[in-house]
Design a protein around this ligand. Sequence first.
Ligand code: SF4
Length: 400
Amino acid sequence: MDTKAFKRSLHSSENYYRKGFGHSKEVTGTLDFEYQSDLIQQIRNNGYTLQSGDVTIRLAEAFGFCWGVERAVALAYETRQQFPTKRIWLTNEIIHNPSVNQNLKEMQVEFIPVNDKEQKDFSVVAQEDVVILPAFGATVQEMELLNEKGCKIMDTTCPWVSKVWNSIEKHKKANYTSIIHGKYKHEETVATTSFAGTYLVVLNLQEAEYICNYILNGGNREELLTKFVGAHSLGFDPDTDLVNVGIANQTTMLKGETEQIGKLFERTLMRKYGPAELNDHFLSFNTICDATQERQDAMFKLVEEKLDLMVVVGGYNSSNTTHLQEISIERSIPSYHIDSAERIGPGNRIEHKKLHKDLDVVENWLPSGPIVVGITSGASTPDKVVANVIQKIFDIKATM
Ligand code: SF4
């Protein structure tokens, strides 16, 4: 069965859910209590700024939970409410945030175990169980397997991610190779490539330039295949599979870079085949998610201000959070990426993740005297976590 036909049959199954069960009122109260914060609301109402003692907080005008994440978390809570006694599984972290995933564990929502080869062991799932698919989706193979088991499936895949999958299916139908701007091991991209026909995942502009150079001038085929090992479809041949290409992306990549990559391929194919032939060789649909775009735009605006330092809050495996961190590092602002307020202290100390590196401990990270601290958070970070971080900064500075 092709993926489109499979999706149609899955969507009509009585075991498959994509909407809530009518418990939104009860669930909203719980979610507000667990994830919202009065302090953050106060800062929002005050023009995204707050001063306390020597500290001025400048909050990005768009940050934290995006619509797709809020929806996924609410659907997971509704699922627990609807099936109070059933065993509920998650195929992955529902979103990349440790506190949300911990809360779900406490609600007896379990993760599918992963073996030492990093493969998920679905044998634990029984027909009477419920399986939740996360906001960034699941692969076609996983969905087929779960459908065959006859278990209930709550699919919280964000509609923005589904939009990318639809683009990929259009490439496949037209026999175009999908060039996907993303991280080939990221769960969302793994799911996206499962919908693709021929594909190649490029991480950044440099990789895209390497491929475009190959399209125009040829090159070492074996070197290309080695460089992109794991990042292309089975049997991918750069000599025949880069003639017609379509562009797609992981929704949380840097928006500007996705646009640059799209334009680069467009220019390259225009040079190779001429403007009149371009439409026969190049397809592009806008699939950059609004939430990612808004958070990155707000960050670009924030780093224009005079900040003494920046704190970026979000899961360490969260792609969109890492991109926010990149923006402030590019501006040479001392910037600390932490996943929770527990990374701060004891005393004037912080344990943070250096960009594309390991955790690092910095003593005396908050300078003495008046300081302006920029704060933002990734799309999977609850306001409460950000509020706890701000409170810790206030507390440390109050003792200095
Ligand atoms: S970041 Fe965008 S694509 Fe991802 S869950 Fe949020 S709204 Fe959906």
